[in-house]
Design a protein. Structure first.
Length: 203
């Protein structure tokens, strides 16, 4: 019997800061919301925007820690992983909810929008027992969650240095549908407040 896995790769912008979660002393895990907006050229040659798709991204182990140290709200990223659905029932009304989730196996900044630099972390030389599984690498030694200001490599660019907006790409909108100020990318120079896009549609 073939194993079915919905492997996907998606590009978009972070709608929230990555947040660590899980039990103390357990495997590191983080989550954030990713907004992806499609565009198309109409017959008049004008860019038209389709509704933004919001997806919850989750990661574990070293990838989760590196995301927290590298990703920030509004930054453009590429995420690959397994597509799934989470369902839950809210209390006390008993309404059932569902949302699309990607369990990430790989992630990075989208270099169409800027430059980035990598700072290697120590890793165990021994291969993990589940090295063949589609999981993240084992937790490295002495990996800590750093403030954004400490995430840069001395003499190198910050983890994500925003470049100028593309002259041909249309400006995305914020989750509320309002045009983005500043350079035309959500979360950069002009987002209002620290909204956290939670999502989750009632079934």
């Amino acid at each position: 019997m073939a194993l079915q896995q919905g492997l996907v790769t998606i590009t978009g912008f972070l709608g929230s800061e990555p947040v660590l979660f899980g039990r103390e002393g357990g495997r590191p895990a983080c989550t954030f919301r990713l907004g992806s907006t499609r565009y198309y050229l109409d017959r008049e040659g004008e860019w038209q925007q389709l509704p933004t798709t919001w997806i919850t991204v989750k990661a574990f182990r070293t990838l989760a820690l590196n995301m927290v140290n590298s990703f920030h709200k509004g930054e453009p990223v590429i995420v690959s992983g397994v597509l799934g659905t989470e369902e839950w029932t809210s209390e006390p009304d008993g309404v059932r909810h569902a949302r699309v989730v990607i369990e990430a196996s790989n992630a990075g900044h989208d270099l169409n929008y800027g430059v980035t630099a990598i700072r290697k972390i120590p890793r165990d030389t021994k291969a993990p027992a589940d090295a063949t599984a589609p999981q993240q690498a084992p937790v490295g030694e002495s990996v800590e969650v750093l403030p954004p200001s400490q995430g840069a490599v001395p003499g190198q660019p910050q983890p994500m240095v925003q470049g100028p907006a593309s002259a041909t790409a249309p400006a995305p909108s914020q989750p509320d549908g309002q045009p983005v100020r500043g350079n035309g990318r959500p979360g950069i120079e002009g987002t209002s407040g620290e909204e956290f896009e939670t999502g989750g549609d009632a079934i």
